[in-house]
Design a protein around this ligand. Structure first.
Ligand code: ISE
Length: 357
């Protein structure tokens, strides 16, 4: 390996291009050597700006002799093949969520990495690197709230494209709360339920936006997650953990507060996840680069990615069926099982008509 970690970035849409910029300007010990995208012009443009080489074939980019590690920011359905190629070559990889798009391929990746006997895969759950999340996890770990009983999350995006249907909202957005809850409470999620209410008029026909997603965890804690991706307002990601001895809140988005002579007060809202989690992405990439140079990972593992895929798959089934789904991860000894809860018979209200004397 050269002095600097030479990274191939696969997929340079908004997220991948942001990672290229972070790796090139704000992370020590790394350089982007190869850039790939399914849009050749986009890859050439991003590569050209930093003196890297554009490569049209993602698998050739992974196997390029000028590449020591790979950052996957391509669409989720390309991840399985690209992760397999990284494992075949035995090089470190930071993969944006989701790990893959179905439980079977995610499980196969976890098994394949285990067989290699080295952790090569880190998953891009950036919230774990955000100072507020870290502080909350520490507080919970030190028993500062007593036993956690409830977690209330809100996850709001100002706007998204029309491809963001209800299932995509679970797999692409709620996946963050799935991982955050596992990270904060240090336990697995055992069930998921999705409640659809009135949809915003800005949602395309058939898309349930917003939704309320409810998880249960191994210890019996309940998690509520409001997912609303077309608020038209701002990027708002809030979490409150309620324990036996107190509660704690993160994500208040309290930037500079201005009071002015016209009798107003206010501040600037955060438009997107790039601003809200910009610092977390930098920390994530810096730690990954250092770990990759040492031949390991320093963040969420392939197992964490797999657990999130399993819970989200159960979430999609819950959304489709209207029934709560249970998730059994079995510690990786066999593939995760997801199964519906038996639907309960509805309560039959007695007909009171004429019952009064
Ligand atoms: C996006 O991919 C993210 O990772 C954002 O954090 C999330 O808020 C958004 O809903 C996702 O689509």
């Amino acid at each position: 390996m050269s002095d600097e970690l030479r990274v191939a970035v696969l997929g340079v849409g908004m997220m991948g291009a942001f990672h290229v910029d972070t790796l090139s300007k704000r992370v020590r010990g790394a350089q982007v050597s190869v850039v790939n995208d399914f849009l050749a012009d986009k890859a050439a443009e991003v590569a050209g700006a930093i003196g890297a080489r554009a490569e049209n074939d993602p698998i050739a980019a992974i196997n390029d002799p000028d590449v020591d590690a790979v950052l996957i920011a391509s669409p989720g359905d390309a991840h399985a093949e690209q992760l397999n190629a990284c494992l075949d070559r035995g090089i470190p990889v930071l993969c944006e969520k989701p790990l893959t798009t179905d439980i079977g391929s995610a499980y196969a990746i976890v098994q394949k990495e285990r067989a290699l006997g080295r952790q090569l895969i880190q998953v891009g759950f950036m919230r774990r690197f955000d100072p507020e999340y870290e502080a909350l996890r520490k507080l919970i770990g030190e028993n500062g709230l007593g036993r956690p009983l409830m977690v209330h999350c809100a996850h709001r995006n100002a706007e998204v494209g029309d491809h963001f249907n209800s299932e995509f909202m679970i797999r692409d957005s709620v996946v963050h709360e799935v991982d955050s809850v596992r990270f904060l409470l240090d336990e697995e999620i055992t069930s998921i339920e999705v409640i659809k209410g009135a949809a915003s008029s800005s949602a395309p026909h058939g898309t349930h936006d917003p939704m309320l997603v409810i998880f249960e965890t191994e210890s019996g804690a309940i998690v509520t997650d409001e997912i609303f991706v077309r608020t038209g307002v701002a990027y708002e990601v809030r979490t409150e953990v309620v324990g036996e001895k107190g509660s704690a809140f993160i994500g208040l988005d309290q930037n500079l507060q201005l009071k002015s002579t016209d009798g107003r007060w206010g501040g600037k809202i955060t438009p997107s996840f790039l601003e809200r989690f910009g610092r977390a992405y930098e920390i994530e990439l810096q730690r990954w680069v250092e770990a990759a140079r040492a031949g390991t990972i320093d963040g969420p593992s392939a197992w964490d990615g797999y657990a999130a895929v399993a819970v989200c798959e159960a979430g999609v089934q819950a959304l489709r069926s209207g029934v709560k789904f249970h998730v059994h991860l079995a510690g990786g000894k066999s593939m995760a099982a997801i199964e519906p809860e038996e639907p309960q018979a509805g309560i039959q209200a007695p007909d009171l008509e004429g019952a009064w004397p």
